[in-house]
Write a protein that binds this ligand. Structure first.
Ligand code: C2E
Ligand code: MG
Ligand code: MG
Length: 768
């Protein structure tokens, strides 16, 4: 069984859930601490407006209003006025009379007594105002009615509690004064008594204008209907805007204090207020937000949020009509957080997916392969469509269909597919290696000979690369499978398996190439010189510089392979520089005058396309004071052939600068007479493969002979390389070959040996 694990990082729902959990805890704590209460006001006002219920009508306000003060006596009214009003209300059959008027200070004895008598005579229950005020240092000043008023009346507290923003949201059940609790006006008027100094929320859903109100002056002047107070509770209070205090009730702006107290009384008359706080909606929010965040199905996610919203809007309205209150903000905010998180996760996933999807085909790309970790044994195959350019030309912007067709075929044989690059689809086969995979892939190749787009057949030329070596990551296997698919095409085979050994070779090559960079500075590289002779008298005419590298682990490296490798990995420029530096220094340090000695340096074909090659060489040799005439540059026949006009120009510039040119390995390529005429070389080097065999092979001998004749006709000197025997020297001399080089004369030697050899040879010449 293979497991597919998705490494999604922060984009996972799990991370979202954690963040959601943190917010849930935070909001729960904030909710309990009342942090959200200011915000809670707004939905509360909205709900109050929607619910708007009329007052019970059982509490009647007799208001000392603006009209009372303008038509009747000015403020403050003489207490006899209140006496008259109380008597009238009592006579009309009012049950309870609460006076929310300051009766604390004494006025004239006549006035005060008249009120005291009226209160005493009243059959209805009379309540008189107690109030307190706080000064800046929180010192309490109590205001009690004059004792003469309270003989047959009880005290009620009329204070309201202002919140941080000046609004009045709560009212007290009672207030503790000097050890005893004085009930609030609301408690007393409602008859819903709770003797404790705690608060309850005022229900502002009660429409203030529905509170039955009679102008005090009308009662005074007997221009009212006594019927309207029969059996009712009456509050006598001031509402005149200038003379009596007003407060802010949320959603109502400034209203007389007594309206707030009556609204509070009406609240209690509707039943005992129950405050559930923020927890119930919070729990609901955790549930709905959680579902919303985690639900794979978008419909379910949306349903949970919509249901939550409906509940949060409607349930409190319903509950408030039963005097039950909940706070919705922490829970609602949490659901908003879940919304934001889901949105954030969706955006992140989108970005994540788009960077892992090939736009043209819609297939997952090679980046996506990293996130799919199929553990256990698996093989990877890469299908490479060799004629993709043709397919692309044919399908134009619908080329994605071709990739999807390749992908379908791979999926058909059990692979998980990825877009692997131009014309390539990679398939990961869980549990499939070796022969099984070979069979599968062969089948795949057969399926993919033709694909159909719009029921039109398109011929596909495809190869498959396989990589199933153990111990590699899937991405690595995919990369190797792609290389193998190209290799298959190169080999002209249907498929090619990238073996471990091939993988190691590639690794080795790559590491070799980087190793090469330091090899020069570490002096692991050296130049050797192999002397070159004139065959007629066997005199020394020069020497060929040959690269030697002793790898610290692999030992001496094959120069031929090394050069090919250096060309492939772009190290040939440095190696060539090194060659010229070493040979120039060598010449500059020789102890004999040898201006006719010519050193041959091999030039890679790759370098001939570089315009700055002549400058590079000239700069180096001139640093050592060496003239170009002391160098011969060897270019292989094949190299010079395969290069274009640019190379020819570079060769001509080198020639013009004074360097001699030689065509190396002659005979292995297919240079024509025409070509030889074009290249300004003065020497032809017959490849050692002909020289070493010329005594035995007639054709090789014929080749050597014709080369010598050709060179003569072109005025070029012929040099034979790879001479290992005297007999070969004799035969070459007979054929008229000018020069020679080979183990017979001398093997390539290091520079100090070469210096001794050359110095010795020159001294002999001088003395001989
Ligand atoms: P090449 O330029 O044709 O060099 C002659 C090769 O023949 C050298 O091989 C030399 O060691 C070998 N040789 C000489 N005499 C005999 C002989 O009698 N018998 C046999 N069997 N071999 C003989 P080497 O040094 O292994 O170099 C191989 C090739 O690598 C060279 O072929 C040349 O193309 C390239 N090369 C070597 N050094 C450099 C360099 O510094 N730069 C460039 N671009 N190529 C180089
Ligand atoms: Mg050579
Ligand atoms: Mg050669």
């Amino acid at each position: 069984m293979h497991q597919i694990r998705l490494k999604l990082g922060l984009t996972s729902n799990r991370a979202g859930t954690t963040v959601f959990g943190i917010f849930a805890v935070l909001f729960m704590v904030f909710g309990l601490a009342g942090v959200f209460e200011p915000v809670e006001t707004f939905p509360q006002i909205m709900r109050d407006r929607i619910r708007s219920v009329d007052a019970s009508g059982d509490v009647v306000l007799v208001a000392v209003d603006n009209r009372s003060l303008s038509v009747g006596d000015p403020y403050p009214w003489p207490r006899s006025n209140y006496a008259t009003i109380i008597s009238s209300l009592d006579a009309a059959g009012a049950n309870v009379i609460a006076i929310e008027i300051d009766l604390s200070g004494a006025t004239s004895a006549l006035e005060d007594d008249s009120l005291a008598v009226a209160i005493e005579k009243t059959k209805a229950k009379v309540f008189l105002e107690h109030r307190f005020s706080l000064d800046v240092s929180d010192r309490v000043d109590n205001f009690f009615p004059l004792p003469k008023f309270t003989k047959s009346a009880q005290l009620v507290n009329t204070n309201v509690l202002r919140d941080y923003d000046g609004s009045v949201r709560k009212a007290p059940y009672g207030v503790k004064v000097q050890g005893t609790i004085i009930p609030s006006l609301a408690s007393v008027v409602s008859g819903n008594y709770r003797l404790e100094d705690s608060f309850f929320p005022i229900d502002y859903g009660i429409n203030m204008s529905s509170i039955p109100t009679i102008s005090a002056v009308d009662v005074l002047n007997d221009r009212w209907s006594p019927q309207s107070v029969k059996g009712k509770t009456v509050v006598i209070a001031g509402t005149a805007s200038k003379e009596f205090s007003t407060h802010i009730a949320p959603g109502n702006s400034f209203i007389p204090k007594t309206m707030i107290n009556i609204a509070a009384a009406e609240t209690l008359m509707r039943g005992q207020p129950i405050t559930l706080g923020s927890v119930p909606i919070m729990l609901l929010g955790i549930f709905a937000g959680g579902i919303h965040l985690l639900a794979k199905n978008r419909k379910l996610a949306l349903t949970s949020v919509l249901s939550f919203s409906a509940i949060v809007i409607l349930a409190p309205i319903l509950m408030e009509s039963y005097n039950v209150r909940v706070q919705i903000i922490p829970g609602a905010a949490l659901v908003l957080v879940s919304f934001a998180l889901r949105w954030f996760v969706a955006i992140k996933n989108q970005i994540f997916n788009s960077s892992r999807t090939d736009i043209e085909s819609g297939l997952k790309n090679m980046t996506a392969i990293e996130t799919t970790m199929i553990s256990g044994v698996c093989g990877v195959a890469a299908f490479k469509c060799s004629n993709i350019d043709y397919v692309e030309h044919y399908l134009k912007d619908r080329v994605g269909e071709a990739y999807r067709a390749f992908s379908r075929a791979m999926e058909f044989v059990g692979a998980e597919t990825y877009h692997g690059g131009h014309g390539i689809v990679v398939g990961v086969f869980p549990n499939l290696v070796n022969i099984q995979l070979d069979d599968t892939v062969e089948g795949l190749q057969k399926i993919l000979r033709t694909i159909h787009v719009d029921s039109k057949p398109i011929d596909i030329i495809g190869t498959v690369g396989i990589s199933d070596a153990s111990g590699l990551s899937i991405k690595e296997k995919a990369r190797l499978a792609i290389i193998a698919s190209g290799q298959a095409a190169q080999n002209g085979e249907v498929f090619f398996r990238f073996e471990q050994s091939t993988a190691e070779k590639v690794d080795e090559e790559v590491s070799l190439s980087s190793r090469m960079e330091t090899a020069i500075s570490n002096r692991e590289c050296e130049m050797y010189l192999q002397p070159k002779f004139k065959l007629s008298d066997q005199s020394l005419i020069g020497a060929e510089a040959l690269l030697r590298w002793t790898h610290p682990e692999h030992g001496p490296m094959n120069p031929g392979e090394l050069v090919v490798h250096a060309e492939k990995y772009g190290r040939i420029w440095d190696i060539t520089k090194f060659g010229f530096e070493e040979t120039s220094r060598f010449l500059s340090q020789l102890d004999v005058v040898c201006s006719d000695l010519v050193l041959s340096v091999n030039l890679s074909a790759k370098l001939l396309s570089r315009r700055d090659l002549p400058e590079m060489i000239i700069e180096i040799i001139s640093q050592y004071g060496i003239e170009p005439q002391q160098f011969m540059l060897e270019v292989t026949e094949t190299a010079a052939l395969s290069t274009g006009d640019m190379s020819l120009q570079v060769l001509k510039r080198l020639k013009f600068a004074g360097f001699a040119l030689s065509i190396d390995d002659y005979g292995t390529g297919s240079a024509t007479m025409d070509y030889l005429k074009k290249v300004p070389a003065t020497e032809l080097k017959i490849d050692q493969s002909f020289v070493s065999q010329m005594e035995k092979s007639k054709s090789d001998a014929a080749m050597v002979r014709s080369t010598i004749q050709l060179a003569e006709s072109l005025n070029m000197a012929v040099v034979a390389e790879g001479i290992e025997r005297k007999s070969t020297v004799d035969m070459l001399r007979e054929l008229g070959c000018y020069g020679g080089q080979g183990y017979y004369f001398s093997k390539p030697m290091n520079l100090s040996d070469a210096a001794q050899y050359i110095e010795g040879s020159y001294r002999n010449r001088a003395t001989g």
